[in-house]
Ligand binder design. Structure first.
Ligand code: 3HC
Length: 311
């Protein structure tokens, strides 16, 4: 009976067990996983655009090779995550249609422009740093395919973060202009990266259920705090100032206090009114339309192959 299946599911979740694709799961559990995993995949694919813009402008062959590898990884993470979402019964076409029609979200951080080479380093250091912070706990997610995808993704993300930080270290040993470029990029990205972790717990409609189901293991605010505490010493080594006058160590809390995030700006960007939303979505829709002939050709070829096998 449904009750027995629900009881079995609850028991598995309460024991921190894994739910696998063919097993019974509440429709709401399936639905929230399709929402989160498909939007995570969209984030990876759209996330290729800001950095992709700098592959042809990288300052050296070495930096170009590293950036190509990183953008390629992001594409792979996206495809990995779309496949994980498909195990829940949704299709690639459905997910991509939701992205292209603006129904589905992707990480708002990708709706800001990459103005110069320092942005590429700051994206690696802070954006991928935040992404790692958020993705490590997802390795323990109760849904098997998502958790296993995260293990592979996190290994590659740590390379993404290190290459960004190293590129900034080199610039911070350069000219005064280069140091100023890095500081300016940090000023522009810092607060947006804090918002990446999602709204405050009190304003997070999905968190409570997500935590009960073992999908979200650490809350938005707790992950944000971990990120701030981990990044402050890195900024010191780099020699940059984090643009928050309220940022200071709180001995009693054994953590850093920090200032107010502009949530109005965050929601306005999430709702499509950020500086690059139209450009990013336009680029994805164009790529989809321009690639239609490749998909048609591949399907036609596959049909011929099948017909040949049946003879
Ligand atoms: N950008 C856009 N939308 C966001 C957001 C952000 N940074 N943070 C939250 N939201 C949205 C949520 O999707 C939700 O809307 P929805 O119900 O329509 O999906 C709404 O704001 C309320 O947020 P909640 O906290 O209630 O939602 P969640 O419990 O799902 O938590 C989350 C949000 C922490 C992003 C969670 O979905 C999650 O952990 N997702 C997987 C991780 C992910 O997507 N990371 C993207 C990082 S970028 C990346 O991976 C590329 C990197 O390699 C460079």
């Amino acid at each position: 009976s449904e009750q027995a299946l629900q009881a079995q599911f609850d028991e598995r979740i309460d024991a921190n067990g894994r739910i696998e694709p063919r097993e019974w799961m509440p429709e709401a559990y399936r639905k929230t996983l399709v929402r989160q995993i498909s939007q995570h995949a969209h984030s990876e694919i759209v996330g290729m655009l800001p950095e992709g813009n700098w592959i042809s402008r990288a300052p050296s062959l070495k930096r170009k090779a590293i950036l190509i590898a990183k953008v390629q990884d992001e594409g792979g993470h996206g495809l990995y995550l779309y496949s994980a979402a498909e195990t829940l019964g949704t299709s690639r076409d459905q997910m991509l249609d939701a992205l292209h029609t603006g129904k589905a979200k992707y990480s708002s951080i990708f709706n800001y422009p990459t103005l110069n080479w320092a942005d590429v380093g700051v994206i690696g250091w802070l954006v991928d740093g935040a992404a790692i912070m958020n993705q490590i706990p997802l390795c323990r997610c109760s849904y098997g395919p998502y958790a296993r995808a995260m293990v592979r993704v996190c290994k590659e993300e740590s390379f993404h973060q290190r290459q960004g930080y190293e590129a900034l270290l080199v610039m911070m040993q350069g000219t005064a202009e280069q140091k100023a470029m890095v500081q300016d990029a940090v000023n522009r990205w810092w607060w947006k990266c804090l918002a990446m972790f999602g709204p405050p717990d009190a304003d997070s409609p999905n968190s409570a259920q997500g935590m009960r189901w073992g999908i979200k293991r650490i809350s938005n605010d707790d992950l944000r705090q971990k990120f701030v505490d981990a990044t402050v010493p890195q900024a010191k080594v780099l020699g940059v100032t984090l643009p928050d006058p309220d940022l200071k160590w709180n001995e009693a809390r054994q953590a850093h206090d920090y200032g107010q995030i502009d949530w109005d700006e965050f929601w306005s960007t999430v709702n499509g009114n950020g500086p690059c939303n139209k450009e990013r979505l336009g680029a994805r829709v164009k790529a989809w339309n321009d690639g239609a002939w490749v998909r048609d050709a591949a399907l036609a070829h596959a049909k011929k192959q099948q017909a040949r096998q049946l003879k």
